[in-house]
Design a protein around this ligand. Structure first.
Ligand code: EPU
Length: 423
């Protein structure tokens, strides 16, 4: 069976888009519950396939997962340290958080090398450096990472690369280690603060999350708690860009404005009309947009996860914009698809040059990864005619109820399932 999204572009889009809980927090918060000895309830998790895959993994390990629309309760008390070399762990990148969490709880773990979006090489050497510094032996055997430790002891760990995943993974492994761990050159993304907040509510002692030095004093035991996830700043940014590219007045609600500074600044520079409120952004019908140059950086810089949606928007702006991705220099697989829709792009090392304004035209395209998918959905909404997007499973990994949400603002979008034709 093959699924595709079919979008009839050029509709008048207005109304409200509500942002869900942050995917990149959710995929760390769920593994973090492994470290507790009783029920952890998390409110506001997004309804996306990565979250469902993690529930399935916890159930495979003997955890109990009670998921309601508003909150999930995870009982980790009967979890076992079963090896997970294959299967569900291969479906998402964030399964690497099972390494830190299981190492922290059981002092051992076997986790298949993670899957997820292919954005060029995505090494995990900094995660491993951290685990080893805490006293673990880490080996890679036939595509799975084996971690073992007699005891985990706090250590001073300097990250050679600012990494969200390594920062969170080391926190997970260190919260129950003996003594103090200091992570230097830590990433500062809001998702790291969210995970530290959950761990602190479970009884962990963490200081400095959100700065580049995090100090963790190990504790013996972590208990259950209740936690509310932060809103997804990348879904929010995607919606703001979508509103600028194809909207006629759209409110994006459930945002933390401080998380949106870089995106807002670049949209304003391009001429987008934005009014921020306490927890929402209103994007008016955009006048003619101007070119802007974008360079992605670690937070609080412009996020790599919005680079692809932004290139779609800039196809409609006057002039040549240079979009450089310093985090994932080859995250440009959406460009060939946007070219099929009439976009004018040139690829250089690390950068795409987007020349506009171009009125995109509907075409059949394929999403190669999650944010490429988001960029194509925006393109389809802004284009004249019908766009068919294959690779829907990538989009569903990170955007919950996307069809329902877009229909709510007037989009003509549906998912079509058909049997693949054999030629
Ligand atoms: N890096 C290393 N070694 C490591 C880890 C990272 O060289 O051990 C490099 C990466 O190759 C990259 C840079 O460091 O060039 C930053 O990578 P980071 O570790 O921060 O990325 P990640 O933790 O694997 C998370 C998000 C990504 C997002 C990046 C950057 C999750 C599950 N994923 O990935 O989200 O692009 O941070 O902000 O949190 C997405 O949501 O579409 C997505 C890909």
């Amino acid at each position: 069976m093959v699924e595709k999204l079919v979008i009839k572009g050029g509709k008048e889009l207005s109304g409200t888009l509500r942002v869900d809980g942050a995917k990149n927090s959710a995929v760390a918060l769920i593994p973090a519950t492994i470290l507790a000895d009783s029920d952890v309830t998390i409110e506001g998790l997004p309804d996306i396939s990565d979250v469902h895959t993690l529930y399935a993994i916890l159930e495979e390990l003997g955890g109990k997962v009670h998921a309601n629309p508003d909150a999930v309760t995870i009982d980790p008390s009967n979890l076992v340290d079963m090896p997970l070399p294959n299967g569900n762990v291969k479906k998402l990148r964030a399964s690497y958080y099972l390494m830190g969490a299981m190492l922290g709880r059981f002092k051992k773990a076997v986790i298949g090398l993670p899957g997820g979006c292919y954005l060029g090489p995505r090494p995990i050497d900094q995660h491993i450096k951290g685990f080893e510094a805490l006293g673990a032996t880490v080996t890679n055997e036939q595509g799975a990472i084996y971690l073992r430790a007699d005891e985990l002891k706090g250590a001073r760990i300097y990250l050679d690369v600012v990494s969200v995943g390594a920062t969170i993974n080391i926190m997970l492994a260190a919260v129950k280690a003996k003594g103090q761990t200091v992570i230097e050159n830590a990433a500062k993304e809001p998702e790291i603060i969210d995970v530290a907040t959950l761990l602190s509510s479970m009884g962990a002692k963490i200081k400095g999350a959100g700065t580049d030095t995090i100090r963790i004093d190990g504790v013996e035991q972590l208990h259950g708690c209740r936690h509310t996830i932060i809103p997804d700043r990348i879904e929010a940014g995607t919606f703001m860009i979508l509103a600028a590219a194809a909207g006629s007045g759209i409110k994006v609600e459930n945002i933390i404005p401080a998380h949106m500074e870089a995106v807002k600044a670049k949209l304003v520079e391009a001429g987008v009309d934005i009014k921020m409120d306490e927890d929402s952004a209103y994007i008016g019908k955009s006048p003619a947009l101007k070119k802007v140059d974008i360079k992605t950086y670690a937070y609080p810089g412009f996020p790599t996860d919005l680079q692809q949606p932004m290139t779609t928007l800039l196809a409609g702006a006057t002039g040549s914009s240079v979009v450089t991705d310093t985090i994932y220099p080859s995250r440009f697989k959406h460009i060939d698809e946007l070219k099929r829709m009439g976009g004018k792009f040139k690829l250089q090392s690390r950068a795409a040059i987007v020349t506009g304004p171009t009125q995109l035209i509907g075409a059949t395209v394929t999403a190669s990864d999650l944010r490429a998918g988001a960029s194509l959905v925006i393109a389809g909404l802004a284009a004249d005619g019908v766009t068919e997007i294959h690779g829907v499973e990538h989009i569903e990994r990170g955007y919950g109820r996307i069809i329902e949400k877009l229909e709510g603002i007037g989009a003509d979008i549906c998912k079509v399932t058909h049997v693949e034709e054999v030629v």
